[in-house]
Design a protein around this ligand. Structure first.
Ligand SMILES: [Zn+2]
Length: 255
């Protein structure tokens, strides 16, 4: 994989920086990017941005939307319309997301992160305040992705500080978490949120340690009235899918 996006002709032929970025990033994906879901050698781009996705894999049919930025992705990314995003999540129609961070002095890909579609859930969506964009009479509500709410498995590094991560490692994380894909939207959110809490604990932990996150989880799932039961259910799911070991008597170990 070559991390250089630079093409002299593109910089000469396009004037607007948003156009240059779009052309260079799309070309780079077509040329260099494999499918992280099935390791097909290439992803293709949709003609004219149909369906709100930018790329797809011919083999496994996964779709990808690209968010590219000169700034490194930290805690938040700006997304579009809030209602549209909630609707996409509740109907299980989210694409996967590629987050690309590049440098525009030499046009090199610096970081690339994959958010698997099954980690896109309502807990990681932040509703913005109503705004009144120019030329619109009625208000508009946008949203952000809160990356800080995702567990490590929900933000998979493909390129980190210009270092290319082994694609088999990338695919192994995808496959490990793929069981989430068949679950209901609300359930996926729970798995993601409980996993995030577990990652903040030691490798060995007890039920009472994870119960300390009860208030945090209640904030994310205000309609659930038995948070502890839900936590235990998710621990079972994580054990059944070999992400946790039960070591007996309310004791757990991350694998
Ligand atoms: Zn694929």
């Amino acid at each position: 994989m070559n991390l250089e996006m630079y093409q002299k002709e593109v910089l000469q032929n396009y004037k607007r920086s948003s156009q240059i970025t779009r052309v260079l990033t799309e070309d780079w994906f077509n040329r260099e990017m494999y499918c992280p879901c099935c390791l097909n050698e290439k992803v293709k781009n949709f003609p004219n941005n149909q369906k709100g996705s930018d790329f797809f894999c011919e083999k496994c049919k996964n779709e990808f939307q690209l968010k590219a930025s000169k700034k490194e992705f930290k805690n938040k990314i700006i997304d579009g319309d809030y209602k549209t995003m909630i609707n996409i999540i509740s109907t299980n129609n989210s694409p996967n997301f590629f987050l690309m961070n590049y440098q525009n002095n030499d046009w090199v890909v610096k970081n690339l992160i994959l958010i698997p579609k099954f980690f896109i859930n309502t807990s990681m969506i932040e509703r913005k305040n109503i705004s009144y964009p120019k030329g619109r009479t009625n208000g508009w509500v946008g949203c952000n992705f809160l990356l800080k709410r995702l567990p490590n498995e929900g933000r998979i590094n493909l390129i980190q500080n210009e270092k290319i991560i082994d694609k088999f490692k990338v695919n192994a994380i995808w496959k490990k978490m793929f069981f989430m894909n068949s679950k209901r939207p609300e359930f996926k959110g729970w798995t993601s949120d409980v996993l995030k809490c577990i990652e903040e604990l030691d490798y060995n932990f007890e039920l009472k340690d994870i119960y300390k996150y009860e208030n945090y989880l209640r904030e994310l799932h205000p309609n659930n009235h038995n948070i502890q039961a839900k936590i235990r259910q998710q621990l079972q799911i994580l054990r059944d899918n070999k992400i946790l070991n039960f070591t007996g008597e309310g004791k757990y170990q991350r694998i």
